[in-house]
Design a protein around this ligand. Structure first.
Ligand code: ADP
Length: 177
C-alpha cells in the first residue's frame, strides 16, 4: 500500500468491509458445532482465503481466523491418517472437547491452525487509521466488529479497490465532502 495515497476523512471501516448489503452473508465457521462435511461444503462453495471462527451463529462472537489453505490441508491429513474420521466427525476449534456421543465418530481438533488474535477494528474506525495499521503490520485482512459481534472483513484488495474508487471520483464531489 502506497503511503502517499490520502483518504477521505469520512470513510469508515463499515463503508469498505464486506459483505455489502446485497452480498451473501459473511462465511464463518463455528467453534464446535460443525461437522467435517459441513466445513468441507462451505470451503468448496466459496473462494475466500480465510474464515472467521465464531462461538456460535447466534452470538457471532469472534474466536479466531483460519486460512482456507490450512483448513484444507488439516482435514485432508486427518481423513488420511486419523482413525475413524468421517464427514459426520465434529470439527473442534475449542481447547476442551464438549461432551461427545460415545458411539459417534472421533472429532478433528483444529485449534492448532487457528489464529487466536486476528486484527480487528470496529465499524466506526476511520479508514485512514485502518490503512495505517495495514501498512505498519503488513496485514492481509482485518475483521470488523460492532459491540463485540463480528460484522465483516476487509482485505488488502478491498482497500486498494476503495482507494482506486476515490481516485476516480469526480473532483467536485470530494471538494464538497
Ligand atoms: P482478496 O480480497 O485478496 O481477493 P479473498 O479471496 O479472501 O481475498 O476475498 C475476496 C472478497 O471476499 C473480498 O472482498 C473479501 O472482503 C471478501 N471475503 C473474504 N473472506 C470472506 C468470508 N469469509 N466471507 C465473506 N466474504 C469474504
Amino acid at each position: 500500500l502506497e503511503a502517499k495515497e490520502e483518504f477521505e476523512h469520512s470513510s469508515l471501516a463499515v463503508d469498505v468491509m464486506r459483505p455489502r448489503r446485497a452480498d451473501p452473508a459473511l462465511a464463518v465457521l463455528t467453534q464446535e458445532s460443525m461437522t467435517v462435511g459441513e466445513v468441507e461444503t462451505l470451503v468448496e462453495n466459496t473462494h475466500y482465503s480465510g474464515f472467521p471462527v465464531v462461538v456460535s451463529q447466534e452470538s457471532q462472537r469472534l474466536v479466531g481466523f483460519v486460512l482456507r489453505r490450512d483448513l484444507l490441508i488439516s482435514i485432508d491429513n486427518a481423513r488420511k491418517r486419523q482413525e475413524g474420521i468421517v464427514s459426520a466427525s465434529q470439527v473442534l476449534f475449542t481447547e476442551h472437547a464438549p461432551a461427545q456421543d460415545p458411539d459417534g465418530p472421533p472429532p478433528i481438533r483444529l485449534r492448532g491452525i487457528l489464529d487466536l488474535s486476528p486484527f480487528t477494528v470496529t465499524d466506526h474506525t476511520p479508514m485512514d487509521i485502518t490503512v495505517d495499521i495495514f501498512r505498519k503490520l503488513g496485514l492481509r485482512q482485518c475483521l470488523v466488529t460492532h459491540n463485540g459481534r463480528l460484522l465483516g472483513i476487509i482485505t488488502k484488495k478491498d482497500i486498494l479497490k476503495h482507494m482506486a474508487q476515490i481516485a476516480n471520483r469526480d473532483p467536485d464531489s470530494i471538494l464538497f465532502n
